[in-house]
Design a protein. Structure first.
Length: 133
């Protein structure tokens, strides 16, 4: 099913037996560039990727059994920014990089510091984690 949204974006969803199945996409408004891409397996989300307006990936979430989510983010130039593993809502592990791909901080077994940066490397926050929170 292809649907034109009020904001000018286009949404495409494949359905099988009443459930979303396969790749679903939403474009940026008035553009053919994909903003969000989600893969479904018989209605269950398997992964989701959000893109910058340039088309480069910004954030990807992979949903695993046991309520585990793997999250990867990238700077706007495409270089890796972070890689995280969540167990439920708790951050279990994470690695956070500078644009030059130097490891800046990390979280190991729920403990450590997370640096959050925007796509052009602007610092948003420094957060301490203990036991995943």
């Amino acid at each position: 099913i292809i649907k034109q949204l009020k904001n000018g974006a286009t949404e495409t969803v494949n359905w099988q037996h009443g459930c979303p199945h396969g790749v679903a996409t939403t474009t940026f408004p008035h553009s053919n560039i994909v903003h969000r891409e989600t893969y479904f397996d018989k209605g269950a989300r398997v992964w989701q990727t959000v893109h910058y307006a340039s088309g480069m990936p910004k954030r990807q979430e992979i949903f695993r059994p046991g309520n585990i989510t793997l999250v990867s983010t990238w700077f706007e130039d495409g270089s890796p920014r972070s890689s995280e593993e969540y167990h439920g809502d708790n951050l279990w592990s994470g690695e956070y990089f500078t644009r030059d791909q130097e490891l800046e901080t990390q979280v190991v077994q729920g403990n450590g510091e997370r640096i959050r940066r925007e796509g052009h490397e602007e610092l948003i926050a420094k957060e301490e984690f203990e036991n995943g929170k």
